[in-house]
Design a protein around this ligand. Structure first.
Ligand SMILES: Nc1ncnc2c1ncn2[C@@H]1O[C@H](COP(=O)(O)OP(=O)(O)O)[C@@H](O)[C@H]1O
Ligand SMILES: [Mg+2]
Length: 323
């Protein structure tokens, strides 16, 4: 394992993007303030995606007030697995992944048994804004629980891995696979202790990973190698990510996708301020790539041309592959 600081220093030479540059030159420049609600509220993102024919985990219901908490049983019906999350949450906080029923209770994905009262209490906390950006009142969203594709069995521990792609003006620039660990409680958020694994944009082959700020090549729980794994349907994921530009109108986003065993690639959420750790996982800076896309955009603008999602993916894969 290599120290965090040394890694970061070495990456500087590779065009690493720092937080100030990201904010000033990308987030502020490409993301219109008025469009933020589309990505900051998962319910709005979902409604937009459904309208555009983009697949997402099905929404079972929304709880907006204390009084509506009584409708939970009707919303979940006879289902024994589902997910409850804050519409405006981030970093995996406040998310309850229910995998099964156990007598009168429920079992979470990490094996914890919880009562109906505890679930109601959790929803109440969501509504008061405990997990929302800025602590504002929020809504609870109840949705389909994703079952990850079998491909992830050997390199993941419980929960659902997700695929994060940074997309600039509709061009995918970098990708990372995030794997839950015992520590992350089934969630794929790096701050919860998940692993970030770089992905070759051109091929969908996994590279090495980063875990708790160290470079790793084996999953700490399963001890299987995380590199050299071919992600299925990679071009499909690339196209899905590219289309999210048309979906939300924001020019600099992190697109989070999952691969469901039965329903295929789904959009989980969009982020207007995607994190920078993806650079560590890919051992590669973002700046050279974002600048290449900006150059491309200038050339196309001069000719009055705009590329389709397929053309944008082709451009990105031609230029940003690792081999
Ligand atoms: N419908 C779902 N089914 C199974 N796991 C989920 C589902 N939604 C979220 N998760 C797990 O929780 C993590 C965080 O969910 P996400 O919707 O991205 O919220 P956040 O904004 O908090 O990151 C995901 O990466 C995934 O591992
Ligand atoms: Mg997320």
């Amino acid at each position: 394992m290599i120290g965090w600081w040394k890694t970061w220093k070495a990456l500087e030479a590779k065009g690493i993007m720092g937080i100030n540059r990201r904010n000033a030159d990308y987030v502020l420049k490409y993301n219109k303030r008025s469009l933020y609600p589309i990505v900051d509220d998962k319910i709005i993102t979902k409604e937009r995606a459904v309208a555009a024919g983009i697949h997402v985990p099905e929404m079972y219901g929304i709880i907006s007030t204390e009084k509506e908490i009584d409708t939970l049983d009707t919303i979940i019906g006879g289902r024994s697995d589902f997910v409850i999350k804050p519409a405006k949450g981030a970093g995996g906080d406040g998310i309850l992944v229910i995998a099964d029923r156990f007598e009168e209770r429920f079992r979470t994905i990490s094996g914890r048994i919880i009562s109906h009262d505890e679930i109601e209490h959790q929803i109440s906390s969501i509504l008061t804004g405990l997990y929302s950006l800025g602590g504002h009142r929020d809504r609870a969203l109840i949705e389909y629980r994703v079952t990850p594709d079998q491909i992830f069995k050997s390199i993941s521990y419980e929960g659902v891995p997700d695929i994060r792609v940074i997309v600039l003006m509709g061009y995918p620039v970098m990708a990372m696979l995030r794997l839950p660990t015992r520590q992350s409680g089934g969630k794929a958020n790096l701050h919860q202790g998940a692993i970030g694994v770089g992905v070759d944009l051109a091929t969908g082959l996994t590279l090495r990973g980063t875990w708790l700020n160290n470079i790793i090549s084996k999953h700490p729980d399963t001890t299987n190698a995380v590199d050299g794994v071919q992600l299925p349907n990679w071009d499909g994921f690339m196209k899905l990510a590219a289309e999210c530009y048309e979906l939300c109108g924001l020019g600099y986003i992190g697109v989070d996708m999952v691969l469901d065993q039965d329903r295929g690639p789904l959009i989980l959420e969009l982020n207007a301020r995607p994190g920078l750790n993806i650079q560590i996982a890919n051992d590669c800076g973002l700046t050279h790539r974002t600048v290449a896309v900006e150059k491309r955009l200038e050339e196309l603008a001069a000719d009055g041309v705009q590329e389709s999602p397929e053309e944008r993916v082709k451009f990105a894969q031609g230029l940003f592959g690792h081999v």
